[in-house]
Design a protein around this ligand. Sequence first.
Ligand SMILES: NC(=O)c1ccc[n+]([C@@H]2O[C@H](COP(=O)([O-])OP(=O)(O)OC[C@H]3O[C@@H](n4cnc5c(N)ncnc54)[C@H](O)[C@@H]3O)[C@@H](O)[C@H]2O)c1
Length: 351
Amino acid sequence: MPIRCAVAGLNRGSKFVEMLRKNPHCEVVAVCDGRPEKLAQFPDLPGFAEFRQMLHEVTPDVAVIITPGPAHAEQSLAALEAGANVLVETPNVYSAREAEAIVGAARRKSLKYMLAEDYIYMGWCRELAKIVESGCLGTLIGAAGEYTHDCRGFSAADEDGNVVPFSRLGEPGITPLWRLTDLPPLAYSSHTLGPLLSLMDDRCVAVSGVCGGRRDVAGVDVFPLETAVFRTQKGATINLTNGFIVGHPLGFFFALYGTEGSVRIVNTGTPQGYIATDAEGSRWRELALPWADRTDGCDHVQVMVDEFIDSVRNDTAPPIDEARSMDYCLPGVLAHESAKHDGKKLEIPLF
Ligand SMILES: NC(=O)c1ccc[n+]([C@@H]2O[C@H](COP(=O)([O-])OP(=O)(O)OC[C@H]3O[C@@H](n4cnc5c(N)ncnc54)[C@H](O)[C@@H]3O)[C@@H](O)[C@H]2O)c1
């Protein structure tokens, strides 16, 4: 029997429909989007404007939730309560209370719940995992990450839903999009925190965050750039900087600090990697790294989707289980809460 999958949110979610269709063990049985033109991309599939109605009428084995972030927790809970396993995009939650409710529901119902954190599946992260596993960095005692992406170009829309320049916010009929109203930068930390914690095999337990440039934009309390310091369970530090309303094109920075060596990567379009180990005389040498491309030639999102489907088919733990899904997102959400309170230290619950 194929695993019956339903996909909600058909912008990025369209890619997931295609990926699920490439998996020989899956059947996509329905799609959901509030906009008819999005449903029209899949004329061969039953389309629903309402997520709960889709769950009720189709009763899928798997709900793939690729809607805007603020809908994720409620839709995940509805899907779990309806008996569906969940694969959900980042950010998966916006509070510790939501995280607790989802972890509780997944465990009570014995269902799989996985954050679709695809960066862990990218070629660069797989290559770094081999370096960490070799032991040449010694014990990892710290890490740093930056995900800074000027999102002003897709933060405002007109009455017809067309994206318009950020500078038009405040004009009649121009409204902010969810990325401006409901996506504080550190709440979108899993692309850096997920790979870092996965490579460090660690968890964040406390955080303090601050914000730069906080201001009112057409009635929205905007946090343009945020920085946080995390303490991990193993006693390491992680510092993260994320920014969305900032004059900085998409750029990444990752660093792992070890007792015997370190790596650092900067990506402003092409990844540039460096490694230094005691054994090699503690001098930086260039580290050739891919970005998304994997040595096995597979699409990294396809591998993630396939591994989740395998966990449902075989009733095994998903590669990013419900606790790990929270480890990768919730610390960033709490970092933003801390930034709202000028760096107040917050404990991070572990599930
Ligand atoms: N992993 C990545 O690299 C990556 C990249 C882009 C986006 N994302 C994440 O993917 C998710 C979707 O991003 P996007 O860029 O497609 O967003 P988007 O706002 O461009 O599109 C969201 C789609 O969902 C639909 N929608 C909105 N509310 C809905 C609801 N309640 N029920 C059903 N459909 C609804 C909208 O009509 C739209 O078609 C977000 O969580 C985002 O953070 C991840």
